[in-house]
Design a protein around this ligand. Structure first.
Ligand SMILES: Nc1ncnc2c1ncn2[C@@H]1O[C@H](COP(=O)(O)OP(=O)(O)OP(=O)(O)O)[C@@H](O)[C@H]1O
Ligand SMILES: [Mg+2]
Length: 464
């Protein structure tokens, strides 16, 4: 029979819970505070721990951390009278199994405890089998049954065995890095290093030294010689992400490496032979950058020997169900919670959404909803997505029509996304009459996340 520990400073609360649970023939122990609970957890074994959040000598979250540290398979249920989204998210992050708000019906607790017992049992069996609880790494499989994604997979398997340079294009979050990794994994170089480098993350000199290496004293701060990523990726694959952001000097240098198969570290003239396969990616229209004189044409043709274009998620909604399944599985394995399902309406809502952040955004939405939503299957309300119709409803017609007209002329996606984000937050705040708590709820953000965004985006005093 399962062993349960109840931690609560209110004797009446403990008694009610204990009586109910003993009736179900569980063995129940009680503690009146955090300190006492810690002691017990370290000396005795429990299957499920139910803890109050606010206690005079500490918090339920402290009990939770001690418990998980002592035994990662124990299932902890946090009870609170002051439920906030932050607290719910935080407890789930720290490994809580579930979260119950006061006042509650005893049946609710019993149902949660039954599931918690089941989970603990499964985890322990699993641990026996595997020796340790595994953390699932992001799957490297490219999912999607749309024609476009089938074609992407076919290209990957055709191009992987060759040495061809591949240019992967697609909006942010469409899976460019995933495709690059897949190409490497299916190539004869699979056992050698895969080195990703984000060209947008470095200043001009730093990027060059990162890629090609430098000798001691090559530039200020170069206090010792260092090989670059080309040398580090020898016999493997180098993935140049955000290639469009490369400076003209770095482009010239890169072209030289591609033509000669040799790198020259900054500050020297000595060439070193390297055998590296190059994969590149960008969210920009690289051909247009060439036309605008921002990217070298000769380099473009060398990079884009095989182009792979990944279409945005909104153009292939038929891929969404499989991706949701994948992410629901990942969340359940990572947070060690039962696998959730999506209601048909929730799925339909996701399939109608435009996903400016593509697959990554879908992944984030699923993770968030799995943590925050109590209902199973997860309902469509757990996905507070901005829809054009919603914007139209909350404002008068003229303004609604101008929603798209107002879009700034930018080709930089990040600037555009910031604009959209600001626009959505301002609109939501207007519709709540400036009430931030309600706006945060509608946006699926915590109060502090919203506060952070308001100051980051410079939104002040929203007029209603
Ligand atoms: N077809 C897919 N199947 C499974 N997972 C996917 C797929 N596409 C994207 N993902 C997942 O979505 C997330 C974002 O993908 P990735 O980082 O490869 O995108 P990206 O195009 O490189 O984005 P960015 O331009 O922002 O760098 C990753 O977690 C990736 O595993
Ligand atoms: Mg990427």
């Amino acid at each position: 029979m399962g062993r349960i520990l109840i931690v609560d400073d209110e004797p009446h609360m403990r008694r009610v819970l204990a009586v109910n649970l003993r009736q179900q023939r569980y063995v129940v122990e009680e503690c009146a505070g955090v300190k006492e609970a810690r002691q017990k957890i370290l000396t005795e074994d429990f299957d499920v721990i139910i803890t109050d959040q606010k206690m005079p000598d500490g918090q339920g979250l402290d009990v939770l951390t001690t418990a998980i540290e002592a035994d990662p398979t124990v299932s902890v249920v946090v009870i609170t009278a002051f439920a906030t989204v932050e607290l719910a998210v935080e407890s789930m992050r720290q490994g809580a199994f579930d979260f119950i708000t006061k006042p509650f019906q005893p049946e609710v607790v019993l149902a949660v405890v039954r599931r918690a017992m089941e989970r603990t049992k499964l985890l322990r069996e699993n641990e026996l089998l595997k020796g340790t609880v595994v953390r699932l790494e992001g799957s490297s499989e490219i999912l999607g049954e749309s024609t476009a994604m089938r074609r992407v997979r076919e290209m990957v398997s055709r191009v992987a065995p060759t040495a061809a340079t591949v240019l992967i294009t697609g909006e942010t979050g469409t899976g460019k890095e995933l495709v690059a990794r897949a190409i490497h994994k299916c190539s004869p170089r699979a056992s050698k290093p895969f080195m990703p480098v984000n060209c947008a993350a470095f200043t001009e000199t730093l990027l060059e030294s990162e890629l090609f290496g430098h000798e001691k004293g090559a530039f200020t701060g170069a206090d010792r010689a260092r090989p670059g990523l080309f040398e580090a990726a020898h016999e493997g694959t180098l993935f140049l992400d955000e290639i469009a952001e490369m400076s003209p000097a770095a482009q010239a240098n890169l072209l030289r490496v591609l033509t000669d198969g040799q790198v020259v570290r900054l500050g020297t003239t000595k060439p070193r032979k390297v055998d590296v396969r190059l994969l590149a990616a960008t969210h920009r229209d690289l051909r247009r950058r060439v036309e605008e004189g921002l990217f070298r044409e000769d380099l473009f043709y060398r990079l884009a020997v095989v182009p792979i274009a990944i279409p945005p998620l909104r153009e292939r909604p038929e891929d969404i169900p499989a991706l949701c399944d994948l992410f629901l599985n990942q969340v359940s394995l990572e947070l060690k919670v039962p696998r959730r399902r999506l209601s048909p309406k929730a799925l339909a809502k996701l399939q109608r959404y435009s996903f400016p952040g593509n697959v990554r955004e879908l992944k984030n939405l699923i993770e968030r909803a799995s943590i925050l939503s109590v209902a199973d299957p997860i309902s469509e309300e757990s996905f507070p997505l901005p829809s054009p119709t919603e914007a139209a409803r909350s404002d008068d017609h003229r303004e609604a029509a101008s929603w798209t007209d107002q879009m700034p002329e930018v080709d930089d996606l990040r600037t555009f996304m910031t604009w959209v984000e600001k626009e959505i937050i301002v609109r939501t705040l207007k519709s709540t009459g400036g009430a931030q708590a309600e706006a945060a709820r509608r946006l699926g953000l915590s109060r502090s996340d919203l506060g952070y965004k308001l100051s980051k985006l410079g939104i002040r005093n929203v007029e209603t």
